[in-house]
Design a binder for this molecule. Structure first.
Ligand SMILES: *Cc1c(COP(=O)(O)O)cnc(C)c1O
Length: 721
């Protein structure tokens, strides 16, 4: 019997012949199924763009004559029928990878908690890589048939809209998201009231209602505190990501961890494995211990069982990046919690204690590590860094290698990030079902069968598409009447589809060193404006609104971009999101990344570029340190750590310019066939796709999570019963 109501809204007025389109719209399966997107975009492609590729908004706005036109279009209807059959087959499949490999575990459930989920630009509730990774993880769990449920927040003001002033200063605008025009829907009690959970915060209860997102076969539930029962400040608790206010942060993290467990209970879930994607959700462990103790389980047993079934993924290689709370906040927010667990305050704090120069604090990462039997880092190098960083928590380990933190290198969800034209090309040469075995290294040997001309033609198409995308955005900005002419130039209207194109798009955090390529500006100008072999660079990225140094780097980049001496060969695309990210990773020739090693725990945007045939040009940090083989891209600088950051900048910048000038540019422009196909370049591109696509796929990654973390946790719990 159902405990609550969960059904997609039915207010669309569609012709009977295509009445199932809302079902499709409310399941994000369309995000990684180009043929499903076609069913919307073909009805009205202009409206589809205006709605940011959001099918729910699209279906509420599309005009009846457009709908009437497609129901008399035989080809459209054939595609509709075929696609709906494929959708049903996907949802009902009984021969998934999980069922084949782990069929006897199908009554298990894995709960996946994350502060942000980046699934698509129409759900702008992510800030960057952490969220995109979580979104890709859910999609792949769906593809593999893994029984997994996600918990997070729906932020009604999203992250933020970025606007750059003529002088290059980042201004922030707010979204006011209309959830009823997004691919999510609210859950209700049987009596019609919104389904809610609550937690105790100082002096009050705070409530949150639940929304559901369907991600293929996986359900994601999002908490929303904007309900009448809450005071105005509490209604704002889930309005935006990453507040700098510690009290808001601790409240949000209590809502995610404690409220998330309660939400799963209210929904009837009994997960066996609990996965914390970063430490923000670590309070879930406390709530689970409290649950058990309140049912009469001994504290030591509860601790042991909760630990055995928790999995923690750390993403932060620098101590300053970790959420930690001063003890006065712990006293204020957990005044009775330790008594409920049967602990003293000191024993309670010990669960997450991290000594600081200013006194002890409660660290979310320490809490997560203490209360998870399995912890992983997100690349090989990050594994080394994490074992060094957390060794103090394991006094019994004599050597760093003995610290029990493994690594599982990140990956990207191929279907989400691969250009449609590249997918068609792989279909042709690898066989129709290649997506069922993306991580099969042998399969990718067949890539060499693709004729050079054919793959190059697709690449040229994707670059033209990127340049049209960038130009259209610049035109819209100019049309808005709010832009200075030089901003239209900076928006990329002088880009040329025949020129070697470098992409640099990511959060403008200082460690990403967006300024590095500008450090010898005169040399850069010579490289850009070489009349025989010109180069162009497209930038995009946001700085956190409170990150003044990050905003200064954007300004430095923007001032260079609009300098007439660049000849319009540099561009800055405002308001970086997944849409811009897709256009860039699919369209550029080279993907540049210049983090200050070892601060990039993994990085994933370079993987997205690689699967589309762009070549990585990056510091040997994060994933690239283990991916680079000498022939599948280029390495900036050495495989070394530096103690002096200025020295590191100097060495890396020199290496960057030398390789760009002496290797990358000539490889692109010389040794071309009569049809202008650069043979050396295409060979390197195939080597890059062949070695990187299978290895840095979400499919490989999620299978490793299953094997190394989820399965051992499920088995450990099973043996307790
Ligand atoms: C992939 C992606 C990221 C993560 O990029 P990295 O710099 O490689 O960590 C951030 N933002 C968006 C929009 C992305 O698509």
């Amino acid at each position: 019997m159902d405990l609550f109501k969960q059904e997609i809204p039915k207010h669309f007025n569609l012709p009977q012949r295509i009445h199932r389109l809302p079902e499709l719209a409310y399941n994000l399966w369309w995000v990684w199924t180009p043929d499903a997107q076609y069913l919307f975009s073909h009805i009205d492609s202009y409206l589809w763009e205006c709605c940011r590729h959001n099918p729910v908004a699209f279906l509420s706005k599309v005009e009846r004559p457009r709908l009437n036109a497609v129901i008399s279009d035989r080809i459209y209807l054939e595609r509709y029928d075929r696609l709906m059959a494929q959708f049903d087959a996907y949802l009902q499949a009984e021969n998934t990878w999980f069922q084949q490999e782990y069929g006897k575990l199908s009554n298990q459930m894995i709960a996946y908690f994350s502060f942000e989920f980046g699934l698509h630009e129409s759900l702008p509730v992510y800030a960057g890589g952490l969220g995109i990774l979580a979104g890709d993880h859910l999609k792949e769990a769906s593809d593999l048939g893994i029984p997994l449920v996600g918990i997070g927040f729906i932020y009604n003001q999203g992250y933020f809209v970025q606007h750059i002033t003529e002088d290059g200063w980042q201004e922030t605008g707010n979204y006011h998201l209309n959830f009823f025009e997004m691919p999510i829907y609210p859950l209700y009690e049987l009596d019609g009231d919104p389904l809610m959970i609550s937690i105790d915060l100082p002096g009050r209860k705070v409530y949150a209602r639940l929304w559901k997102v369907e991600v293929g076969r996986v359900a994601l539930y999002l908490l929303d505190s904007n309900v009448e029962e809450n005071s105005p400040p509490d209604r704002e608790l889930t309005s935006r990501l990453y507040s700098s206010d510690l009290e808001i942060r601790v409240s949000q993290e209590m809502l995610l961890g404690i409220g998330g467990v309660r939400a799963l209970r209210a929904l009837g879930y009994e997960p066996t494995v609990w996965h914390m994607n970063e430490g923000h959700s670590a309070f879930l462990a406390l709530e689970r211990i409290r649950e058990m103790v309140s049912k009469g389980v001994e504290l030591s047993t509860a601790l042991e069982q909760v630990r055995a079934s928790n999995v923690f993924t750390t993403h932060t290689p620098v101590p300053a990046g970790i959420d930690q709370f001063p003890l006065w906040l712990v006293d204020k927010y957990f005044p009775t919690f330790w008594q409920e667990l049967g602990l003293t305050r000191d024993e309670f704090v010990d669960l997450g204690r991290q000594p600081q120069s200013w006194g002890d604090s409660l660290s979310m990462a320490v809490l997560a590590i203490h209360l998870s039997a399995r912890t992983n880092a997100v690349s090989e190098l990050h594994g080394e860094v994490s074992r060094r960083m957390w060794k103090f928590l394991f006094p019994e380990c004599k050597k760093e290698e003995d610290v029990p933190i493994i690594h599982i290198t990140n990956g990207v969800h191929t279907g989400t990030w691969l250009a449609r034209r590249m997918r068609v090309l792989y279909d042709k040469y690898l066989g129709e079902n290649w997506m069922d075995r993306i991580d099969d290294l042998d399969l990718w040997e067949r890539l060499l069968d693709i004729p050079n001309e054919e793959i190059w033609a697709v690449r040229a198409h994707l670059k033209r598409k990127l340049i049209r995308f960038v130009t259209d955005r610049a035109r819209q900005q100019w049309l808005s009447g709010n832009a200075h002419p030089v901003q239209t130039l900076a928006g990329g209207v002088l880009l040329d589809p025949h020129v070697l194109t470098i992409g640099f798009a990511r959060r403008f955090a200082t460690y990403k060193r967006g300024y590095l390529i500008l450090s010898d500006y005169e040399r850069l100008l010579r490289i850009l404006n070489n009349p025989e072999m010109p180069v162009q660079i497209v930038f995009a990225g946001k700085a956190h609104p409170a990150d003044e140094p990050g905003k200064l780097i954007i300004q430095q980049v923007y001032r260079a971009v609009k300098d007439s001496r660049t000849g319009g060969r540099m561009a800055f695309v405002e308001d970086y999101d997944m849409n811009i990210s897709r256009a860039l990773v699919q369209g550029v020739d080279v993907w540049l990344n210049t983090p200050r090693r070892p601060n990039e725990a993994s990085g994933t945007s370079g993987m997205k570029a690689a699967i589309n045939g762009a070549l990585n040009f990056s510091v040997l940090d994060g994933w690239w340190r283990e991916a680079y083989n000498g022939n599948n891209g280029w390495a900036i600088g050495e495989d070394l750590d530096y103690s002096d950051p200025n020295e590191q900048d100097r060495v890396d910048a020199e290496s960057l310019y030398d390789i760009l000038e002496n290797e990358i540019v000539p490889l692109f422009y010389t040794n071309r066939t009569q049809n202008h196909v650069p043979l050396g370049w295409v060979a390197r591109m195939k080597e890059s796709i062949r070695t990187l696509l299978p290895q840095f796929s979400m499919q490989r990654m999620v299978k490793e999570y299953m094997r190394e973390l989820y399965l051992p946790a499920a088995v450990a719990i099973d043996s307790h019963h």
